[in-house]
Write a protein that binds this ligand. Structure first.
Ligand code: SAM
Length: 277
């Protein structure tokens, strides 16, 4: 028992992946959708109030009149996509979660919104369409391993017309500096976020070199044990600038968040507006 548990809790190599799905897991995606749809909860999506402000700001710096065709990477259940559509963009959203895409499509159909939702991996994006604006919102970029980050930027760049823009956000270096390592366990006899039935969660959060935050979550049920590794690379403006420039983009602006706050070294996030020249 002791050695089995230790093996589950063994710290992973940096950016080690998962053997089973996370975003598209049948139960986890259900819990995630509930979190997305809670307008006051800052968890899977930010609050509705923030998303309203954020969409308005995006429409100011890349107005639909000049940046009509918008591609939202990691659109989830379409909370931003709906807002963009109402502002006059022609919207395509892509997401890994079948449950979120199903919800997004049903919602668009009910509301009579002509939004194109696609279930897929944006690291394998192979769009025949050209876009004027690409968004990747809520720090998803930093959750990717370095090769996936290069891939998503390369593919976003290829899908933009010259002069097209991309907007993304990440956690900042200050966020990593405020982070404290932790170890917690939780018993969920009636099910919870990770499993529908009884389960035990053993979780560790740790800081790796280069301001990468790692989380190792071991989920133990009466029938099986699984582990999940989640990552967040935290950025300085310089590091984000270097990565996006390496993909061919030119930097138009840096902000403290995707609602256009001024960036200071204390900001928890960092948002960048980049352009294909
Ligand atoms: C933190 S949520 C943010 C959702 C949305 N951008 C928002 O702000 O409401 C991250 C989303 O990205 C999706 N996702 C993660 N990795 C992905 C990938 N490689 N390809 C497509 N979608 C992905 C997840 O399924 C999830 O819906």
């Amino acid at each position: 028992m002791y050695s089995k548990l230790l093996a589950l809790l063994n710290k992973p190599e940096i950016y080690e992946g998962n053997e089973q799905p996370f975003w598209d897991d049948k139960h986890i995606s259900k819990m995630m959708l509930q979190a997305h749809l809670n307008p006051t909860l800052e968890a899977a999506s930010r609050t509705a109030e923030f998303m309203d402000r954020s969409a308005r700001w995006i429409a100011q710096i890349a107005p639909p009149a000049q940046f009509k065709r918008l591609l939202d990477l990691g659109c989830g259940p379409g909370l931003y996509a709906q807002r963009f559509y109402r502002m006059g963009y022609t919207v395509t959203g892509i997401d890994l979660s079948r449950r979120s895409i199903r919800y997004a499509k049903d919602h668009a159909h009910k509301e009579g919104m002509d939004i194109c939702y696609v279930c897929g991996n944006y690291c394998q994006l192979d769009s025949k369409e050209m876009f004027d604006l690409v968004t990747l919102i809520y720090c998803d970029y930093g959750a990717l391993c370095p090769s996936d980050r290069r891939e998503v930027l390369r593919r976003a760049y290829a899908s933009l017309r010259p002069g097209g823009r991309m907007i993304l956000d990440v956690f900042s270096r200050a966020h990593a500096e405020r982070f404290s390592a932790y170890q917690v366990w939780k018993h969920c006899p009636d099910g919870g976020f990770w499993r529908e039935g009884a389960h035990l969660v053993l979780e560790e959060g740790f800081l790796c070199p280069e301001h990468v935050i790692g989380r190792r979550i071991a989920v133990v049920t009466p029938e099986e044990e699984s582990v999940y590794n989640l990552w967040n690379t935290c950025y300085t403006p310089q590091k984000l600038q270097e990565e996006t420039q390496a993909a061919g983009f030119e930097v138009c602006g840096m902000y403290g968040d995707v609602a256009g706050a001024a960036y200071t070294e204390d900001c928890d996030t960092l948002a960048i507006v980049i352009e294909k020249r």
